[in-house]
Write a protein that binds this ligand. Structure first.
Ligand SMILES: NC(=O)c1ccc[n+]([C@@H]2O[C@H](COP(=O)([O-])OP(=O)(O)OC[C@H]3O[C@@H](n4cnc5c(N)ncnc54)[C@H](OP(=O)(O)O)[C@@H]3O)[C@@H](O)[C@H]2O)c1
Length: 308
């Protein structure tokens, strides 16, 4: 079956069906070999939409960190290896991230699950609708699959924000909405607002170097059947986990990189989507291996000890 010929709906349905019937297999192939198509991990949103458990972050893309052609190749490489969820924000590089991503995804828009964000200082009046229109224009698309409030604002604003998101959803400019950087108390406040329960996800920092949400938010989201979207899943620019000897050892045993092991750890529960960023095709190829990598209980134990 050629995934390139499928619409996103068909691909999602196929992934969901396969996820139900097939076990995730341990990846013992070399990192430069494509992951087995049918073993890729997926995550289901509350509305039934199924996405790959690994997406691609876009914070620094289109801003000169790598040459444009290299970043374009990296993004396309990730998409072709199944990392079809792409995360950006209206404020990344003052819109440059969205402007870079737009033309790359335009010819393949129906394969992409596109996520962008609105800022807390854009919520007054019809600010969310205007910010969304600007993002759609920069991304050269007529809809976002998911629109997130980037950072928490005081809870008194939640009813207005949810109403604005729901209006965009009714107008089909966004398919779903969610939040980012919310703690459990803020999630509880959100659930008390009319339609607050329609929140699709909370995007938060989560990696072996930042395990704070395991205490409260991760179990809270699991209880509410709400996937968590993990940003900085490799630890982010300043706390990258990939040089850790335990990660490297486990990677060597599975025939993959330390980065793939770190990402497989983040997405192992089935309720977490990780969005590593890379503007390097080689790194993107390494990262995609995590989609089909199953860590052993011994691996998990060793990582827990190495990253207490
Ligand atoms: N909601 C929020 O508040 C928020 C906050 C931060 C980030 N985010 C989102 O999350 C995404 C990812 O977060 P992040 O960029 O902070 O952290 P990250 O994905 O943990 O780390 C990115 C860094 O890792 C490097 N890298 C990626 N794959 C690698 C590999 N296989 N081997 C070695 N190095 C590798 C990248 O460099 P190369 O490009 O050279 O590969 C880059 O320097 C962002 O792009 C953004 O979309 C959201």
């Amino acid at each position: 079956m050629n995934k390139h010929l499928l619409s996103r709906r068909e691909f999602n349905a196929g992934c969901a069906a396969f996820a139900l019937t097939l076990p995730i297999i341990s990846n013992i192939a070399a990192a430069d070999q494509p992951a087995p198509e049918l073993a890729r991990r997926t995550v289901k949103f509350p509305d039934g939409t199924v996405v790959p458990a690994l997406g691609q972050g876009g914070w620094h893309l289109g801003q000169g960190r790598h040459p444009v052609a290299v970043e374009t190749e990296a993004l396309n490489m990730g998409i072709s290896l199944g990392m079809t969820l792409i995360d950006t924000s209206g404020n990344y590089g003052h819109g440059q991230s969205e402007q870079f991503i737009g033309p790359v995804i335009a010819p393949q828009r129906d394969r992409i699950y596109l996520v962008s964000k609105v800022e807390g200082d854009e919520i007054e009046g019809d600010g969310i609708a205007r910010a969304c229109a600007a993002s759609l224009s920069r991304l050269a698309t007529d809809h976002l699959d998911l629109y997130l409030l980037h950072w928490p604002v005081p809870s008194k604003h939640f009813p207005g924000i949810v109403a604005a998101f729901e209006k965009l959803r009714a107008e089909k400019k966004i398919r779903a909405w969610g939040v980012s950087n919310f703690d459990v108390g803020q999630m509880e406040d959100l659930m008390r607002v009319p339609d607050g329960h329609r929140c699709a996800t909370n995007q938060v920092s989560f990696s072996l170097n930042d395990r704070g949400i395991e205490r409260d938010l991760l179990p809270w989201c699991a209880q509410h059947s709400m996937p968590v979207m993990a940003y900085s899943p490799l630890g982010g620019d300043h706390h990258l986990v990939i040089s850790n000897p335990t990660l490297m050892q486990i990677g060597a045993a599975h025939g993959c990189s330390a980065a793939a092991v770190a990402l497989a750890w983040v997405i192992r529960s089935g309720n977490v989507i990780a969005i590593p960023e890379s503007g390097s095709p080689e790194h993107t190829r390494e990262n995609a291996v995590a989609l089909s990598l199953a860590l052993t209980p011994q691996d998990i134990q060793a990582l827990a000890a190495a990253f207490p």
